[in-house]
Design a protein around this ligand. Structure first.
Ligand code: HEC
Length: 239
């Protein structure tokens, strides 16, 4: 009997951290379909980013010409991203609005987004950009289900449309109340491209490292086969 009690205690102790996580996890994050090998998606994401986000946010660690890493030519970078004539390809991505005016307008300065995918995670970004809802109590008219009272307005509402937050507590969910120019699946896919791009921007060296990793793995497998063959050869005579 005592032993059984002890077992129970042990089981409970082991389950406690899990229970704690479960009760704290009120916000559910959707899995971002990140694929850094998909250059077309990365390019679409880069276009969305420069046309929709650079108005307020900078990406001070990101140079335009690094977009060549995702398969864009210098021509494409200039033309597809509609860069103004005076922007040099070697320059970093700077916000159109200066931080002070943005702070005055939105109460918070829009943070630099160069490495946002590392500080927030891809899943968080993918969920955040799909979780804006109409809230007349906010000065921007918008709120966000995973970033309560966010200072940022829903800058992609023309694409997604308008959502409302319905229900209470665990039952809370977002509902599309007015359609945008895209169907929900199209919008999800556009945000997936944007998230993909934000992940790339946070760590462009990842692309190189992927390939290096594969080469190392290939080398190790060949080495394994050789060593195994050698081992067999050596033990053959000893048995
Ligand atoms: C009209 C200006 C404006 C535009 C355009 C804009 N944002 Fe924002 N954004 C803000 C402001 C202001 C904040 C700060 C919100 C806060 O902290 O309450 C913010 C915050 C964020 C955050 C949260 C940062 C953090 O970790 O606290 C992310 C992520 C973000 N923006 C992504 C984007 C993306 C992606 C785009 C382009 C689709 C975009 N923003 C376009 C104004 C803007």
């Amino acid at each position: 009997m005592k032993a059984i009690n002890k077992l129970w205690m042990l089981a409970l102790l082991m389950a406690m951290p899990v229970l704690a996580i479960a009760s704290g996890a009120e916000v559910h994050l959707d899995k971002a379909p990140v694929n850094l090998k998909d250059q077309v998606s990365l390019q679409r994401g880069a276009k969305l980013f420069t046309s929709r986000c650079l108005a307020c946010h900078s990406a001070s660690y990101m140079r335009y010409n690094r977009l060549q890493d995702i398969g864009m030519t210098e021509e494409q970078i200039k033309k597809d991203l509609e860069l103004p004539e005076d922007v040099k390809l070697g320059s970093t991505m700077q916000a159109a609005m200066d931080a002070n005016s943005a702070k005055l307008a939105y109460g918070v300065a829009p943070p630099d987004l160069s490495v946002i995918a590392r500080s927030r995670s891809a899943d968080w970004l993918y969920t955040y950009l799909r979780s804006f809802y109409v809230d007349s109590a906010r000065s921007t008219g918008w709120n966000n289900a995973i970033f309560p009272n966010v200072g940022m307005p829903h800058v992609l509402s023309d694409m997604q449309g308008e959502q409302a937050l319905k229900g209470e507590g665990h039952e809370r969910k977002l509902e599309l109340t007015a359609p945008g120019s895209m169907k929900p699946a199209e919008y999800d896919s556009a945000v997936a491209d944007l998230t993909n791009y934000l992940v790339f921007m946070g760590e462009p060296a990842k692309l190189v490292r992927y390939d290096l990793g594969l080469i190392v793995l290939g080398f190790l497998s060949i080495l394994f086969v050789l060593v195994y063959a050698l081992k067999k050869e050596i033990w053959k005579d000893l048995h």
